[in-house]
Design a protein. Structure first.
Length: 152
């Protein structure tokens, strides 16, 4: 299976003190251990940088630019990056019209458009409700990923 890793999973996996940290890390490690393909879109890294460097008092994580650069580089070492192809915009426009997407959810539609253009089938996300409208993809919550069993 091919997965896009949603930004919220990336953010949770970058903050060891967050209550969802373990679930995010276990899900991605389990999928990678099973040989699944996990990808990022450029938009994931842009959204990540936004929240990672935004002040805590503005619902961010309050990290420096240097810390963000280090973390983004770490993520790019773990997950390959999809190209921002010209066809993504047309697919995004089709999706937002077909599904009457409004407000902040237009960003989710762009991730789905990138998935469809690149042939990815699944998204790993904590925000499953935001993606359920898109029947062309399979939405997977990190809690749905059972850790791999170690054989004796």
């Amino acid at each position: 299976m091919t997965f896009l890793v949603d930004t919220n999973v990336l953010l949770r996996s970058a903050e060891p003190s967050h209550p969802m940290y373990e679930e995010a890390v276990n899900a991605t490690n389990t999928l990678l251990g099973r040989g699944e393909e996990l990808w990022l879109a450029p938009q994931n890294l842009i959204e990540f940088w936004n929240v990672y460097t935004r002040p805590v008092e503005r619902n961010g994580l309050g990290h420096t630019v240097t810390e963000a650069e280090t973390e983004v580089n770490r993520l790019k070492e773990i997950f390959p990056l999809l190209l921002d192809l010209p066809g993504i915009y047309g697919e995004w426009e089709r999706l937002v019209i077909a599904h009457a997407v409004m407000g902040v959810n237009v960003h989710d539609a762009r991730l789905v458009a990138a998935m469809l253009v690149h042939g990815l089938t699944h998204i790993l996300t904590f925000n499953t409700a935001d993606f359920r409208r898109f029947s062309q993809i399979t939405v997977v919550h990190p809690s749905e990923i059972a850790p791999s069993q170690v054989q004796d």
